[in-house]
Design a protein around this ligand. Sequence first.
Ligand code: UD1
Ligand code: CA
Length: 425
Amino acid sequence: MDIKSVILAAGKGTRMKSDTPKVLHEIYGKTLLGYVLDNVKNITNENFVIVGHHAEEVEEFVKKNYDNAKTVLQSPQLGTGHAVSMVCPYLENYDGLVLILCGDTPLITEETLKKFVEYHNSVKSDLTVMSTLFDDPTNYGRIIREADNTLKCIVEEKDATPEQKAVKEVNAGIYCLNWGKIKSAFSQLTSNNAQGEYYLTDIIEWGKKNNLNVNAYILEDNKEIYGINSRVNLAQATRYLTDRVLNNLMVNGVTIVDPASTWISADTEIGQDTIIYPSTYIEGKNKIGQKCKIGPCAHLRGGVTVDDNVKIGNFVEVKKAHIKSNTNVGHLSYIGDSELGEHVNIGAGTITANYDPISKTKSQTVLKDNVKIGSNTVLVAPVTVEEGANVGAGTVVTKPVPAWSLALTRSPLKIFEEWVSKKLN
Ligand code: UD1
Ligand code: CA
């Protein structure tokens, strides 16, 4: 099926109080806009992101990270209806579906969007709006229904009468349109309202006037359309997302000892019987195997693959690394840009020194199977320690270490007998 999306991201985001555009704020190292683009990527074949405020930064982000999306400039920003009309020149002869979403609503799921489109198709709708119920519907557009319960229109908070304000069903800001039938609405919207804007919501009445089949799809979990307008919202959205992720993991056989202090990104897969100990923070994309022990107080920063039966202990930071099965990184270590074989043991306080500040480049550390690294070792990358080799405690490794050998840098230990007692006398 031919489906394109339009993602509204031109608005100002004043309440974030930030130099960063709102949609480029991050949850677990992924931008809000990134969440939305990832959620549509398996549904749509082309995506338009409407940009305005901080347009260059948002354009650059999209160009760099999403080759299935293009940006379209809206300047000035005259409202949500005006924003969508920006794609009209690109879709003149298009006759498929258009899914409209907001760039600041990262919690919507791919599943929900699929169900939404299925519903749209199953009732042969021309225009479907997603709605949901809130105990406190303040600031949302209200869904106004006819006496027979069919859709009548959407009224914005600022235009609503007291009776309309009491309505708890709200516009989620997500729409599915049969583009061929709706596109002419965009040249006919007016800005005759409290905010002097061209409201996208007015397409509902337009559709009814033009005898189109207009419907609302009620979303059960209203957290999915939680929008980000402030830093308070950002923290709350992170909490909602984390609850969802942790629940899913537990249902699938992962032990989370303390959900309240555990933070795991949605892009992290974890195998059965793995235990995540308290105060662990995992962001970005990662894959953790079965029967692993992670934490307490472990920090995985993305690009981490951990095979089965691996232990990553307290105060261990791991980034862009593959750690193979039965390997232990128990305490106080940094493992970055590395490949660790099977049955490797990393002593406490081991550091992979992966960054060269002169050339500003990162290099790889490779530890083959059965390598044992003594405590307080620095592995200066690029470096390889071949199979079975041992590195003594306190060593700075700057050369390749051959298989089954011992590498050691250590100044001789000196003992000064009775040194303390003499000082004290
Ligand atoms: C909008 C809806 C409201 C709905 C709510 C859901 C309208 C008129 N109202 O209200 O019914 O309940 O979303 O969250 O549509 N944007 C642009 N260009 C513009 C204006 C806005 O791209 O000219 C973008 C914003 O960046 C934002 C989105 O559109 O991502 C929504 O705009 P916003 O001003 O936040 O609308 P709301 O008042 O929240
Ligand atoms: Ca909003």
